[in-house]
Design a protein around this ligand. Sequence first.
Ligand SMILES: Nc1ncnc2c1ncn2[C@@H]1O[C@H](COP(=O)(O)OP(=O)(O)OP(=O)(O)O)[C@@H](O)[C@H]1O
Ligand SMILES: [Mg+2]
Length: 293
Amino acid sequence: PLLVHPDDLPRAVAFFKAVLDGRVPPTFELRVVTKSGAYVPGEFMATPLMQDAQLVGVLGVARDITDRKRAEEALRHLNEALEEEIKRIAHALHDEAGQLLASVHIGLAEVARELPPHVSRRLEDVRGLLTKIEEQLRHLSHELRPTILDDLGLRPALEFLADGVSRRTGLQILVEGAPGKRLAAPTETALYRIVQEALTNVTKHAQATRVTIRFARDGRVLRCTIRDNGTGFDVLAVQARRGARGLGLIGIQERLNAVGGTLNVISTLGSGAELVISVPAETGSADSDSPRR
Ligand SMILES: Nc1ncnc2c1ncn2[C@@H]1O[C@H](COP(=O)(O)OP(=O)(O)OP(=O)(O)O)[C@@H](O)[C@H]1O
Ligand SMILES: [Mg+2]
């Protein structure tokens, strides 16, 4: 009987070969069989043991990562549930609140007609404000659950988001580079949510005037960096903070764990902040530039 899950065998062989060639492969995951016959996920590190340029052995460490896998799976479910809830709220905002505001509009117009001109002119101002609220509400509900993300992909969705944030806050936001082919849906959603939180952080904490969101494809990894020109912060101090900790950066990290991505926060006081995000750039479906439903 095989020690390694049949589906993982080619990878296992490749890693083993790499070690025998004297290379140090990156940490890898394999499912291995236990005494009871069940497969458990394991994380492996292997290093060739050299003596006088000769391979004399292999040093390996394996760790049972069942719990981590289970936690990641739970997190994925939780994220999906959250996305559903967000969708519901977005629709409620868009449809119900939007409808209510429209009725207020009509009501005000009726009242205005029965009032003397100098009073009804003041009502005009109020209706102008109402129109602004309607626009903002519409924009917000689309940002919450951007159908553009499903239809057109990450870059247009992020431009839409950036546009809204810019208009609300005066922050200049540039989107550079292209994410390339469509990614798996959970990955795109994760990236959108991450940029959303990153921009919120910049408006809340950074006192910045400019943010650049840049995409770069590096083989099978897509890198997305979000950099601002604000106050910056002491990353280690924030990470070590106990008690009243924010959820934003932790949430970003957890979203990335669920899609196999990584986060690097680079910042020092006085010189802005940069989030470097890497995600696997596997495409979601066979034809990957088309809308997704
Ligand atoms: N772009 C940034 N510029 C300056 N400081 C930042 C930036 N992003 C994060 N920080 C600092 O890092 C801390 C942690 O951010 P995080 O998003 O985890 O929490 P939060 O924004 O304080 O709260 P929450 O996201 O839960 O509303 C912030 O409180 C802030 O001090
Ligand atoms: Mg935050």
